[in-house]
Design a protein around this ligand. Sequence first.
Ligand SMILES: *Cc1c(COP(=O)(O)O)cnc(C)c1O
Length: 420
Amino acid sequence: MHNFEYREGELYCEQVPVSRIAKEVGTPCYIYSHATLIRHFRAYDSAFKNIPHVIAFAMKANSNLAILRLMAKEGSGVDIVSGGELFRALKAGVPPSKIVFAGVGKNAEEIRDALNADILMFNVESSAEIRAINDVAAAAGKKARVALRINPDIDPKTHPYISTGLKKSKFGIAADRALEEFTLASSLGHIEVVGVHAHIGSQLTEVTPFVESLKKVLKLVEALKAQGINIRYLNIGGGLGITYSDEKPPLPQDLADAVSPLVQGLNLTLVMEPGRVIVGNAGILVTKALYEKVGEAKRFIIVDAAMNDLIRPSLYSAYHEIRPVSESLLQRPKHVVDVVGPVCESGDFLAKDRTLPEVKPGDLLAVMSAGAYGFVMASNYNSRPRVPEVLVKEGEVHVIRARETYEDLVKGETVPAFLG
Ligand SMILES: *Cc1c(COP(=O)(O)O)cnc(C)c1O
């Protein structure tokens, strides 16, 4: 469900025509709907209302300060994966008591900063990392709350690049070594073991892998209890999928219905880290057609957005629906086309072999479902300034990130004196 709909032949975001925003801020641009963001967060939050829980929005999906502030105001925490994300979260006003820190390669500085901020906990991914956190905490005279991330060896049945809970994955601690690692962790003077964490992958379209993973984790919680290690937090990660094309992913309520009976009465606080399901369908990337090119074997629509603006198609072969901003285009003859950008790479495409109506230079297209892993993965490749982000709230348009300038492109670069 989202708030990008045609009204009288024009694509709108809430009460505002997308074409008006494109005119005001130029193309390409990302547009997010405030109402959709709020609705998605509340759907997740209220689905779990009968269980003590913390929602830690996985901010790597979309880390704009305005989005983070909006989430924080709704009562969300965040799942961070770097010192930079900690900085953003604190700047946006996310309470440290709702920040959890994941990632396989936290460095000493990031650990120290997170300890100083007094975040809720670290999600620890290896025994070497437990020791490192213990050392940093000792030096700071603090005790670090940690959850160990377990790799439950569950196939989430998603794209291999976004599958994280299999044995061969770099993430987490193997389930059969977990007891040993927990014992080590709880023997360390500056570590307080408070939780178990499992995040098995992204864009999951079934509930079963979550349930299987949770069952494994709960067995471990039992075993830990027998050893006198009392787990208070159960982190079931994120990963709930969204509809990009014709997927029918479970709703947050379906997940809650499957999870609740398993954790009811266990005296555990659930931590959840949804990312994509909150922001994915709350954002679009608007782009302008530059040229149509009829090649010998293929037809191309060349647009002003490229892989540096939205890399998911190139990186994951991800599907994003492409809609004309003006519905009248749908009357035109249709062709099977590749939608490609100006970047000098064959891998630069937004869609392949897609049936779309003919476009003329200047026609606007909306790349749907671009709110998650969209702008955050943008780069300056080909010296392309990163595009603006806009938040629409009812009839209001707020630029929440300005388009970069050419000067921004060279910020921090210096030519040494010897080069004259
Ligand atoms: C990426 C990630 C998430 C969020 O995944 P989504 O599929 O966007 O919900 C949650 N937790 C961890 C540890 C992650 O790495």
